[in-house]
Design a protein. Structure first.
Length: 355
């Protein structure tokens, strides 16, 4: 019974490191799509068209009409930590764009077949390139890996095919394409409500109908009507709260006491990034519990802008959650504003029924 000595420690091969990192950033198709939507919005697009096949596992395609990518940048585009957005670590304190780490495209290229077609305003043609493991790759074995000239409109089209094809355990974990599509449609719907001045469409590959189609000019209430329904859109209260001391301002639409849903719908944006927050959800549900019938749940679209220096966006690999200072105080101010609006609607209803 001899005790074995410690095993030798060795550095992992770079490709293994990249694949592990990619799997942390892109856990499901919806995470890849979220990154691609944010890139398209960062690029100044006013139109995003999304096509999805097999819940995004076979194909995720997103076409935008943004600024495009310079042909000369296409060779390093998918390397890890290449970005046009962040230069110094300190910039994280003032970051105004969605992306900042230059990891999304790199990650996707390690766990899917990625191809990109792009055209800038001053290029006479579009360029198409394929990527594998961070680098330009030939479309077919034996061909050149260089970007190829082709016809195309200004903007960028990204195609992600066979996601997780080389991560079989992850691939097998997805049981239902329709479940993954539902998550995708929910995420697209959130950005479609939030991004004023941007048209969105989202559909399943091969189907003529779209599941989401929001025109560019639609206002927030109409966006909610299109993405959700009129039952919600007809019962909304607009609100605004801000506070200098806590460095935030917020605006949004909250359902009034006439609306009572089966589950809470919370569209939460912090500095224009769609995020989750169980703390905010809980506080909001508590606020409404005094106004809704037992078990009734609200709808809330909340866009919270906090001074970038008070926010830490870098706490979660998928950027799903963010930390910010004075969270409790800020949430209480927001819930207070909603509570007083709910109170007012209630009295006006009583008044109307009495007169
Ligand atoms: P990040 O968004 O953090 O910079 P990404 O890997 O998502 O990193 O993208 C890398 C770079 O590729 C971006 O900084 C941007 O310059 C360019 N890019 C990505 N998607 C688009 C797009 N749809 N339109 C224009 N440029 C894009
Ligand atoms: Mg990005």
């Amino acid at each position: 019974d001899e005790i074995e000595g410690p095993r030798r420690i060795r550095a992992l091969h770079q490709d293994v490191v990249n694949k592990i990192a990619a799997g942390e950033i892109i856990v499901a198709p919806v995470h890849a799509l979220k990154e691609l939507i944010e890139n398209a919005v960062d690029a100044g697009s006013t139109s995003l068209e999304i096509v999805v096949k097999d819940g995004g596992l076979k194909l995720l395609q997103i076409s935008d009409n943004g600024c495009g990518i310079n042909k000369d940048d296409m060779s390093i585009l998918c390397e890890r930590f290449t970005t046009s957005k962040l230069k110094a670590f300190e910039d994280l304190q003032s970051i105004g764009t969605y992306g900042f780490r230059g990891e999304a495209l790199a990650s996707i290229s390690h766990i899917a077949h990625l191809s990109i077609t792009t055209k800038t305003a001053d290029s006479s043609c579009a360029w198409k390139a394929h990527y594998a493991a961070g680098k330009l790759a030939p479309a077919k074995p034996g061909q050149s890996a260089d970007p190829k000239a082709c016809a195309g409109r200004q903007g960028t089209q990204i195609q992600v095919e066979d996601l997780f094809y080389n991560v079989p355990t992850r691939r097998r974990a997805f049981r239902s394409a329709s479940e993954e599509y539902a998550k995708i449609a929910e995420q697209v719907g959130k950005y479609a409500v939030h991004c004023q001045g941007v048209a969105f469409s989202c559909k399943k590959h091969g189907e003529s109908g779209t599941s989401i189609a929001v025109p560019m000019a639609a206002g927030t209430k109409d966006r909610i009507r299109i993405v959700h329904n009129s039952d919600i859109a007809n019962e909304l209260m607009e609100f605004e709260v801000s506070d200098k001391q806590y460095g935030f301002k917020t605006n949004g639409f909250a359902s009034n006491a006439n609306y009572s849903g089966k589950r809470t719908t919370l569209l939460l944006f912090i500095n224009h990034r769609s995020v989750d927050s169980s703390a905010i959800k809980k506080a909001v549900e508590q606020t409404y519990s005094a106004f809704l019938p037992k078990g009734g749940k609200p709808f809330l679209y909340l866009s919270l802008e906090i001074e970038p220096a008070r926010v830490d966006v870098n706490v979660h690999p998928t950027k799903r959650e963010v930390n910010f200072l004075n969270e409790e105080e800020i949430v209480e101010l927001i819930c207070g504003a909603i509570r007083s609006k709910l109170g007012k609607v209630d009295t006006s209803r009583t008044f109307m029924t009495q007169s």
